[in-house]
Design a binder for this molecule. Sequence first.
Ligand code: FDA
Length: 282
Amino acid sequence: MLFPLAARFVAGETADEAIEVVRRLNADGLDATIDVLGEDVGDAPSAARIRDTYAALIEQLHAAGVRTNLSLKLSALGLTFDPALALANFCAILDAAQQALPDPFVRIDMEGSALVEPTLALFRAAFATHRNTGTVLQAYLHRTPADVDEMIALRARVRLCKGAYKEPPSLAIQAMAQVRERYRELALPLLLHGTYPAFATHDESLVDAVRAAATANAVPSSAFEFQMLYGARPELQRRLVAAGYRVRVYVPYGTFWAKYFRRRVTERRENLLFAVGSLIRK
Ligand code: FDA
């Protein structure tokens, strides 16, 4: 019922709607990564449903001919109650993507701090047998510099973001200025030594810092990408494409959109104002 409010940030409730959004983004020179919404799944049949939804999406993408890869959350595949089951579900998705998609890459999103170590452990296990995956590191966590070093050594693809969850000072930097500083510090080794890093942010000061560091170190724009969320700063996304950068838009869809939408509005008050405003203007 609330969906019209979420529609700015969620592509729709069906795969067809998400594919249509990706088609429009592709026409504007943007790449995409599609996420089937769903997290904190508590039983095996629900985790299997999410796995099967990804498999069906992959079938549809095979025929659709759009430029996209996939993102997912391991808690949707059973990580919180059965990591071995989550690994099996995840590897089934990696296999299906490898068989059917021109870009078979499947990114593991990073969730709250309780799931960081289990997520990285499962990522390492999957990466040992499947190269078409990578993960996300959150600049606000104190542990992340060491994780960046590990992922560089593994030659694993990293998406760097600030971090979207409320974490205690013992685990995460609290002040935004310091989170930004840490983000810039971590972006440099990823640019210089990482494997096709992705810089996920709508923060123009960070976008500019990444651009400047790439230019100063002669890192070509084809060696990394920016990533932004569907509905957030569409004009900045297109400006970067016009300037010759690769930009990938995160396109979530599905019926379980409430938690995703809540994160977007608690992150930025203007996101809620924008959603309400666009509802009124309809
Ligand atoms: P932030 O919200 O700090 O904003 C900085 C500036 O950007 C603002 O002052 C404003 O000018 C502008 N701005 C930002 N959003 C805007 C909007 N909607 N409209 C207009 N102006 C806006 N987190 C996580 O924990 N795990 C994950 O796996 C991911 N994955 C992920 C993928 C992608 C593609 C993105 C873009 C982000 C994530 N995140 C994430 C979320 C991330 O950690 C972070 O919470 C948000 O990106 C918000 O931080 P920003 O750096 O984007 O800008």
